[in-house]
Design a protein around this ligand. Structure first.
Ligand SMILES: N[C@@H](CCSC[C@H]1O[C@@H](n2cnc3c(=O)[nH]cnc32)[C@H](O)[C@@H]1O)C(=O)O
Ligand SMILES: [Zn+2]
Length: 435
């Protein structure tokens, strides 16, 4: 029996087989693991800390497997443009003005938003990574973080410095925040990092057991030049560069053909589907059901708040199920259970991080979702609701690594008001500098 316990009592637990059972969940706060799941485990008095889950569903904390958290500062700054113009005309010029303090403030805003919508774990590609790590440490979340590398348009020296920084921070911060922070080397994409440096970065990272995370096959404009120049598909090029290992994970995978889907399945490389970003930038529709059918690990991501425009993964769940059906021209494609699995277990698997399952021995990363709201009545099938009707604001408590990050909708680890105010101010100043 654990000596330092958190009891999540009175709710119904979503099990890995997608069944829902009336059960308390007992957590060892010492090692951050689930020690027991079952009815009436102990009285509230016997536990060191309790969370009331009555009327709610205890599910794995959601995993946002691809985002740029600090981009909350650019939420609503530039909309209604395709990827390339959006990045070059608006986003990159604004990002050039970002300071380390801005990244800290924007990241904290993103983390507050994620905690409030039941996300415990995320992957972040940005810069000023030490600030991102400090924010994750303070917030109590779990993350795989990295420095995004762009080499196009840079002289050789600054291109090399960008690669160096990505490798250096990945080595330095792996295992930070009591092990809740892991890292990856993050070349921005197959077209924004030149081949020789891409090869170097991948080889060095893998030599040290560090995974690669990159944007891949996001738009047709990005795929076509690779096909023209190399007479091969982008993921065949990626494979040749060595970045399709089973620890690596790719964002988007919108324009992948059958040969690329097969390649992903063979290599064990995960894809992070970002349906809202793909719709907003009109990037296309990822063949999610085909990826699942082939056995590819599929996770979900919001992408940055400037292309979404929020970090609520429940929106992503719903969008993934909806868009998956339109994409496959089949209403049975990407069913509710598959969407929920992508947002939880799929995410944890893609990022090679603990969590994603409510089961004994698993990391105590949990979201308790209130089912009292009118839009969740009646509840014929809780899994259906999680995919199609629940909103992030229905999350009552969020727990990561056995620690309560939000209780009764109050974030405990960050000062929500202060975080929002600071981010607002910094965003205003940032935009003024960029214009
Ligand atoms: N060190 C790099 C920064 C790369 S961070 C990752 C980048 O990805 C950008 N980004 C955000 N969303 C997307 C997307 O959907 N596709 C491609 N890039 C994106 C984001 O704005 C950020 O510039 C530099 O010197 O520019
Ligand atoms: Zn992205």
């Amino acid at each position: 029996m654990a000596s330092d316990t958190l009891l999540v009592s009175g709710g119904r637990a979503l099990r890995p087989d997608a069944t829902v059972v009336e059960a308390d969940v007992l957590v060892d706060r010492g090692d951050g693991r689930i020690v027991e799941i079952g009815p009436d485990l102990m009285t509230d008095r016997d536990a060191d800390e309790t969370l009331d889950a009555s009327g709610g569903i205890v599910m794995p904390g959601l995993v946002n497997a691809h985002t740029h958290a600090a981009m909350t500062l650019l939420r609503g700054y530039a909309d209604d443009k395709p990827l390339d113009a959006w990045l070059r005309e608006d986003i990159w010029p604004a990002e050039a003005e970002l300071t380390a303090e801005d990244v800290r403030a924007g990241t904290e805003l993103g983390l507050v938003e994620m905690i409030r919508s039941g996300t415990t774990t995320f992957a972040d590609m940005y810069f000023h990574v030490p600030e991102v790590v400090a924010a994750v440490d303070e917030a109590g979340m779990r993350a795989r973080v990295g420095h995004g590398v762009v080499t196009v348009g840079k002289d050789d020296e600054s291109a090399r410095a960008d690669v160096r920084e990505s490798l250096d921070v990945a080595r330095e911060y792996d295992g930070a925040a009591d092990g809740r922070v892991r890292t990856a080397v993050m070349p921005h994409s197959l077209t924004t990092v030149d081949e020789p440096l891409l090869r170097e970065a991948v080889a060095e990272a893998h030599e040290d057991g560090i995974p690669i995370h990159t944007h891949a096959n996001e738009t047709r404009d990005e795929v076509d030049p690779i096909v023209e120049e190399r007479s091969e598909r982008p993921l065949s090029y990626a494979d040749d560069v060595g970045l399709l290992s089973d620890a690596d994970f790719l964002a988007h995978g919108v324009h992948v053909d059958e040969s690329e889907i097969e390649l992903l399945a063979e290599r064990g490389t995960a894809v992070v589907h970002c349906p809202a970003s793909n719709m907003k930038l009109a990037s296309g529709i990822a063949p999610v059901q085909a990826l699942l059918d082939a056995g590819v690990t599929v996770a979900l991501g919001t992408d940055g708040a400037a292309s979404n425009n929020d970090l609520d993964l429940f929106d992503e769940l719903r969008d993934a199920a909806m868009l998956g059906k339109i994409g496959a021209d089949d209403a049975s494609a990407v069913p509710a259970e598959a969407a929920v699995t992508m947002a939880t277990e799929g995410g944890a698997a893609a990022l090679s991080l603990p969590g994603g399952r409510v089961e004994v021995g698993a990391a105590a990363d949990l979201a308790v979702v209130d089912f009292d709201a009118p839009h969740l009545a009646p509840a014929h099938d809780p899994v259906s609701h999680l995919a199609y009707a629940v909103r992030g604001s229905d999350v009552r408590h969020t727990v990561c690594d056995g620690r309560v990050l939000m209780r009764d909708r109050e974030v405990l680890t960050l000062d929500e008001r202060e975080v929002v105010e600071t981010a607002r101010q910094r965003a205003v100043d940032l935009v003024a500098r960029a214009e």
